[in-house]
Design a protein around this ligand. Structure first.
Ligand code: G3P
Ligand code: CA
Length: 264
């Protein structure tokens, strides 16, 4: 039986809805996040990009091409231009087995809209994407979280986690629980020195799941860090990673992870 303790407890196995429930619905849309909640994800994962006029929006890519009917870089478009775009039809075409008429015409959400919509009813696992391209994004993120009272002494511990591949970006928000994302080529190795350093600013690491093994996971845990691998979509992989000691994982299918956790 999985223990139900605080979100940041090392005894907890967190279900992080990657870009929402993006296996089932168009990533980074309100319906995708809603579905993740319905499927019992503990967190909705948000990737942030910034528009030409300085608005934080929820989108994975630096360009509009893959997940909308627009083209070009986010940084070269204003929010009002991006709001004209259809962020759902691509999904219906790419995944006909999951297609729904209501996905057509979905809008790209701003961070502000997502925080307004879900408020305190969701936990947010937020990635600062391409921070070198978007100076000031960390400060804007902090302001938005403060405005919505999602951080600070009165907020639930762990209601917001910030993640990034960039340690410099993470360190700009030292008051929030931070997770250092990592990318490993096979075989994944990490030194005591690296882990000791990460532990000085972060509560955990997020490596790609497919190159890590039990020894890697145990080493991370022994350094007092949480470990949330990405992006785990098959139940055999979920079970193996849990057996090896992970404290959560990112998945496009929170329903599958919920089922795994329920049965253990
Ligand atoms: O944030 C965890 C994982 O999402 C990192 O990879 O490219 O899917 O953002 P990516
Ligand atoms: Ca991400």
């Amino acid at each position: 039986q999985v223990k139900q303790t605080g979100l940041l407890s090392p005894d907890r196995i967190l279900n992080v809805g990657h870009r929402g429930a993006s296996g089932h619905a168009p990533e980074h849309t309100i319906p995708s996040y809603e579905l993740a909640q319905k499927m019992k994800a503990d967190y909705i994962e948000l990737d942030l990009q910034m528009t030409k006029d300085g608005h934080l929006i929820c989108m994975h890519d630096e360009t509009l091409d893959r997940t909308t009917n627009g083209t070009g870089y986010v940084k070269d478009h204003t929010l009002s231009e991006i709001k004209q775009l259809d962020a759902g039809s691509w999904f219906n075409e790419a995944y006909p087995q999951y297609a729904k008429p209501e996905y057509k015409g979905l809008k790209v959400p701003t961070l502000e809209e997502v925080l307004d919509h879900f408020g305190h009813s969701a936990n947010y696992y937020i990635e600062t994407k391409s921070p070198e391209t978007y100076p000031g994004m960390e400060e804007k993120l902090l302001e938005a979280l403060n405005r919505h009272h999602l951080i600070g002494p009165n907020a639930k511990p762990g209601q917001v986690i910030i993640q990034s591949f960039s340690p410099e970006s993470l360190k700009l928000n030292p008051s929030i629980p931070l997770v250092q994302l990592l990318w490993h080529e096979q075989p994944a190795r990490i030194t005591d020195q690296e882990l000791n350093h990460i532990h000085t600013y972060a509560i955990g690491v997020g490596p790609n799941f497919d190159k890590i093994d039990r020894a890697y996971i145990q080493k991370v845990r022994q350094h007092g860090l949480l470990i949330h691998p990405y992006t785990v979509n098959e139940q055999t992989d979920m079970n193996r990673l849990i057996d090896w000691g992970v404290t959560g994982m990112f998945t496009n299918f929170p329903d599958r992870l919920h089922e795994v956790l329920k049965d253990r």
